[in-house]
Design a protein around this ligand. Structure first.
Ligand code: CP
Length: 312
């Protein structure tokens, strides 16, 4: 994957995901003992946020420090980007200073325009369409607990949003079955579903979309949800809370899954909305592993994508 972007998540095929998860586990295991190993020593990465973040910001910044690289964390508001400079000029200029660009923004098209203009890898730290770094950390969390991904059943509940999209693509690539339980108006984007279905044919996995939450949970290996009102959707709050209420992960949903089913949430969470507090904080929950694994998966991703200046 050297020199590639990671803007949709589709840049990583099944073998790449496998390699990436293996490297993540290695980096995680040797995090302390390999303190002197700095594979990105002397490199610099621009990390741009046009939306708020806790996990993504800290995990990228700490990860780059641990890899020996320097991070330049920028708020979109404080850049000329916020005053009308084009994303293409921003990308071309940043690539003259930095060895990669990480960006959290709104439109996927903007992120892809940045990737076309920049001559260094561009990494999607969340767009309105995808959250591929989250999906990598989630795959890592499931593999750590189950030893594999192929043939497992991941059940996702609620809004068919950017996190759901990236889980669909990653699951279908890795051969994991995924069921999405949601109301008709909150289904994943048809274009993303079409890609996931194609990938699933190749990997032998199954993608199911249903409005039946109980059926989705049946014998699931992992239950996953995300907030119902994402950044920028505050005007739709009341309609969303009403429509999505039947898709809350609660004790009844957990009871329909396998007894050792993993309870997953990318965080931040709203206890009592998309998930009950008892389930989110209960014994099946792996939410803190997911958050920690952002660090390890993103470190592996950057090691796999970034090239020293002399090799470009
Ligand atoms: N899950 C996630 O992306 O968290 P942040 O919004 O805090 O970065």
């Amino acid at each position: 994957m050297k020199g590639k972007d990671f803007v949709t998540g589709l840049e990583a095929g099944a073998r790449d995901i496998d390699d990436l998860l293996n490297l993540s586990l290695k980096l995680k295991k040797h995090q302390k003992s390999d303190a002197k190993a700095r594979p990105l020593n002397g490199m610099s990465v621009a990390v741009i946020f046009e939306k708020p973040s806790t996990r993504t910001r800290v995990s990228f910044e700490v990860g780059l420090f641990q890899l020996g690289a320097h991070s330049v964390v920028l708020s979109g508001r404080d850049m000329q980007l916020g005053r009308g400079e084009t994303i293409e000029d921003t990308g071309r200029v940043l690539a003259r200073y930095c060895d990669a660009i990480v960006i959290r923004t709104f439109e996927q098209a903007k992120l892809e325009a940045l990737a076309r203009a920049a001559t260094v890898p561009v990494i999607n730290a969340l767009s309105d369409l995808y959250h591929p770094c989250q999906a990598l950390a989630d795959m890592l969390t499931i593999r750590e607990r189950r030893g594999n991904l192929a043939g497992l059943k991941l059940a996702y509940f609620g809004d068919g949003n950017n996190v759901c999209h990236s889980l669909l693509l990653a699951s279908a690539t890795a051969g994991m079955n995924m069921t999405v339980a949601c109301p008709a108006d909150y289904q994943p984007a048809p274009a993303v579903l079409a890609i996931a279905n194609k990938l699933a044919i190749d990997s032998g996995s199954q993608i199911v979309i249903t409005d039946d939450a109980r059926a989705a949970a049946d014998k699931a290996d992992a239950l996953y949800t995300d907030v119902w009102v994402s950044m920028g959707q505050e005007d739709e709050k009341s309609a969303r809370l009403t429509a999505l209420a039947p898709y809350r992960i609660d004790e009844a949903i957990l009871g329909a899954a396998k007894s050792d089913a993993l309870v997953m949430h990318c965080l931040p969470a709203h206890r009592g909305q998309e998930i009950s507090a008892a389930v989110l904080d209960g014994p099946n929950s792996v939410i803190l592993d997911q958050a920690e694994n952002r660090l390890h998966a993103q470190k592996a991703l950057m090691v796999m994508l970034m090239k020293p200046r002399g090799e470009r």
